[in-house]
Design a protein around this ligand. Structure first.
Ligand code: ADP
Ligand code: MG
Length: 393
């Protein structure tokens, strides 16, 4: 998938309406993690360096279509000013006459941050008139908010009906890394899928199964797969209503000659807490009152071996309840195996990224996909409105 980026257009002197993702965690008015603001800097700096007028728009939290004082973007403007070493003019609205006047007075290299677009219910409804008002503030639309690209909102997609859309650098990086998995992976290509629920991951499993050489299933969702193979999983998290679909996936993979690995052994305990007695059992002898909370040592070894044989690996979903120390080992071992791969490695998903962060191996992964739901939908093979609306090259 080739989308035009801001490198493909002359931005000099142009008003660039730039959708960014400043949905940062806040404690009062204090930003507890500014990663997303930092991540937007390359695009903004490029626009400034090329004499553009930069108009930034974002959502923050869930104000549900009305003004919520705590969700104003003022702390973001302050932090962004510090990071850019340049004044950022924060406006108290995102549309209207006053905003239009301030934008009309901009000089090249000026940066304006509009107010939270979700203060208007029209944003999430992708209201055409609202999108037109936003579009009137720019000559071009720059989308750098990959994390909201799976939503058809006024500032993420609707606006591109009125002004031409280009990808920012963050967007470009995500599209190119994830497209590489879908279009042209070096082989063997292995997908490692875990996390809590099968129901969250059915779409991605179904789309990836045709494309990968091997699929490794761990975490809570593996329990539903074990159920589908006739094992008793005790009190483990499982979705009995998804057993049929799990069985179909296993059968489809086997018919297509793919390697599909489920856990052979698991770490069990009565509950996922520190201090409870823990033991390792084979999957055919999970005690009735116990939960499978991590993959066991044999499974870790089998998974790691398959990963190390691979040239491309995608991982989403922790292998166990990694938040709780006794059930973290499987996830950390998989992170280690991923880090050692000489090839292209991608990790996606909020909890998976925290787990990789915890392992201290983030820098050894080729691409950390911060898109959350958008990354998963992309890999499900779905068209993302915030990407589809951009110009093709
Ligand atoms: P991501 O955010 O990376 O997409 P998910 O949200 O799908 O990942 O899954 C993460 C959650 O899965 C974690 O909170 C973890 O505790 C839980 N989990 C993993 N393995 C198990 C298990 N065996 N039993 C219960 N929960 C599990
Ligand atoms: Mg999660």
């Amino acid at each position: 998938m080739a989308k035009a980026t801001i490198r493909d257009v002359d931005v000099s002197g142009k008003r660039c309406f730039c959708r960014v993702d400043y949905n940062v965690p806040l404690k009062g008015t204090e930003i507890t993690d500014d990663t997303r603001i930092r991540a937007s800097l390359p695009t903004i700096q490029y626009l400034i360096d090329h004499d553009a007028k930069v108009i930034l728009a974002s959502h923050l939290g869930r104000p549900k279509g009305k003004v919520v004082e705590e969700l104003r973007l003022n702390p973001v403007a302050k932090r962004l000013s510090e990071l850019l070493g340049k004044q950022v003019l924060k406006l108290d609205d995102c549309v209207g006459q006053e905003v239009a006047a301030k934008v009309a007075a901009m000089k090249p290299k000026d940066v304006i941050l509009l107010e939270n677009v979700r203060f208007y219910p029209e944003e999430e409804k992708n209201d055409r008139e609202f999108a037109r008002k936003l579009a009137s503030l720019g000559d071009i639309f720059v989308n750098d908010a990959f994390g909201t690209a799976h939503r058809a909102h006024a500032s993420t997609a609707g606006i591109a009906e009125f002004i031409p859309g280009y990808a920012g650098f963050l967007m470009e990086k995500e599209i190119s890394a994830l497209s590489k998995l879908l279009e042209n992976p070096d082989r063997p290509f292995t997908a490692v899928i875990g996390g809590a629920k099968v129901s969250d991951k059915l779409g991605i499993l179904k789309n990836l199964i045709d494309r990968v050489d091997a699929i490794l299933i761990g975490g809570g969702m593996a329990n539903t797969f074990l159920l589908s193979q006739g094992y008793d999983v005790g009190t483990s998290l499982a979705e009995p209503d998804k057993v049929g679909e799990a069985r179909e996936i296993v059968e489809k993979a086997r018919r297509a000659g793919k390697t599909i690995l489920l856990p052979e052994d698991v770490v069990v305990a009565e509950k996922p807490e520190v201090g409870v007695p823990v033991k390792v059992v084979s999957v055919d002898s999970i005690p009735s009152g116990m939960m499978a909370l991590d993959i066991g040592p044999k499974t870790r070894k089998a998974f790691s071996e398959q990963i190390s044989r691979s040239r491309t690996v995608f991982w989403n979903g922790p292998m166990g309840v990694f938040e709780v120390e006794p059930f973290r080992g499987g996830t950390l071992e998989i992170a280690g195996a991923m880090a050692a791969v000489r090839g292209f490695t991608v990790v996606g998903g909020g909890d998976s990224l925290s787990a990789v962060e915890m392992s201290g191996l983030s820098s050894k992964i080729s691409h950390l996909s911060t898109g959350g739901g958008a990354s998963l939908e992309f890999l499900e093979g779905r068209e993302l409105p915030g990407v589809a609306c951009l110009r093709d090259v």
